[in-house]
Write a protein that binds this ligand. Structure first.
Ligand code: SF4
Ligand code: SF4
Length: 114
């Protein structure tokens, strides 16, 4: 789904895909660790059901006290550092008002990777 132009575009790339920063292919490997991601909220589409808040596995979201133009509370990203980009919020949202995106894994030389 293409995001409306008024909202930040997610990074291009698929789940668990990774690329070399400088074209090297033999001396680098993906860094192990928890997946990181970003979540995007389209406030004016939200109807305040709260599914995204309820089902987020890492408790990234909370409902706002403010209202959107339709008169509904909408999700706020209260713990962005905890988002892993799983997009469960997007899968549960009945109004296509939120989606998560995984970031490409960072790469670093094998010698410094643990
Ligand atoms: S699931 Fe969608 S409609 Fe429901 S509160 Fe979250 S963003 Fe709004
Ligand atoms: S993408 Fe996953 S971790 Fe991030 S807010 Fe949505 S459900 Fe939570």
């Amino acid at each position: 789904m293409d995001a409306p132009p008024d909202y930040p575009q997610p990074p291009i790339g698929g789940d668990r895909e990774w690329v070399m920063a400088d074209g090297a292919s033999d001396d680098r490997k993906p860094v192990k660790g928890p997946a990181k991601g970003d979540v995007y909220v389209l406030r004016e589409r939200c109807k305040g059901c709260g599914f995204c808040v309820e089902f987020c596995p890492t408790h990234v979201l909370e409902m706002s006290h403010d209202y959107n133009p339709k008169g509904y509370h909408y999700p706020l990203v209260s713990k962005p550092e905890a988002c892993n980009g799983c997009d469960l919020c997007g899968m549960f949202c009945p109004d296509f008002a939120i989606y998560g995106v995984r970031r490409r894994a960072a790469c670093k030389p094998i010698a410094s990777a643990s």
